[in-house]
Design a protein. Structure first.
Length: 244
């Protein structure tokens, strides 16, 4: 997928109320504060976005409230999965989507031996979930020359009549993004597994723009201790078919 140089502002200190990115290059102003009375984070983003006929000013205020039943899913809810996936130590970083009248999660499940699998959970109310006792498998990955150790951190997006899953793939020499697609959450087909750059944390836009698929992703360009790479830059990628 072709990469465009779009940087997204990142909140460096969410515990304080402070403006960020008010320069001409980054025309966003973001303030976040925690309200101890309502137990909620309140984030306000002010900015201006370019339009064909000029600039449109906008303000978005989002209130995030922690549900009193949290955590709604723990490792004790997972149970025993097939293929010797036992001794589950954690469940986290789910992808979520509202599909055919139900809330669906793809859960990242990890064992004490650090084996990572994906499994599915469904709910009618977004709080009480039923977890399917089987792992998600993506068929047709044999063309990838490197060994895939883990597929994890899925992000789900509905485009047209399908659900697209962007996930991270740990290979022999790198971490790359993969994209799969499902029509029914029973079978999953691979669409794309990036071979040209290291990346994580990708998410697709929920609709095409000028006929193109758009995706935000975090490139791994910075070497850190231990020989792995990470990154602090978010870029915009575009593609005609999600395969290139």
């Amino acid at each position: 997928m072709g990469i465009n140089g779009l940087r997204a502002p990142v909140e460096q200190n969410p515990n304080s109320v402070s403006p960020l990115g008010s320069s001409a290059e980054d025309p966003f102003l973001r303030r976040c504060a925690f309200s101890p009375l309502s137990h909620a984070w309140v984030c306000t983003t002010l900015g201006a976005i370019p339009r064909m006929n000029g600039r449109q000013n906008w303000t978005i205020t989002t209130v995030l409230i922690r549900h009193p039943a949290n955590p709604i899913i723990t490792r004790h809810n997972i149970g025993k999965l097939p293929n010797s996936v036992t001794d589950v130590s954690s469940v986290f970083n789910p992808g979520a989507v509202h599909w055919n009248g139900r809330d669906v999660l793809l859960l990242r499940v990890q064992t004490r031996g650090r084996e990572t699998v994906l499994c599915m959970a469904e709910s009618d109310d977004g709080i009480n979930f039923n977890i399917r006792p089987k792992r998600i498998r993506i068929n047709g990955l044999g063309y990838i020359q490197e060994r895939i150790y883990h597929l994890y951190d899925p992000r789900l997006t509905i485009i047209d009549d399908a659900v697209y899953i962007v996930l991270a793939a740990d290979l022999d020499g790198a971490c790359r993004l993969g994209i799969a697609r499902t029509m029914d959450f029973e079978s999953f087909e691979p669409i794309y597994f990036g071979q040209d750059h290291e990346s994580r944390n990708g998410v697709l836009f929920p609709e095409r723009v000028d006929g193109k698929f758009l995706m935000l992703e975090r490139l791994n360009r910075v070497a850190v201790d231990g020989g792995v790479t990470s990154g602090s830059e978010i870029v915009l990628s575009e593609s005609d078919d999600l395969r290139e």
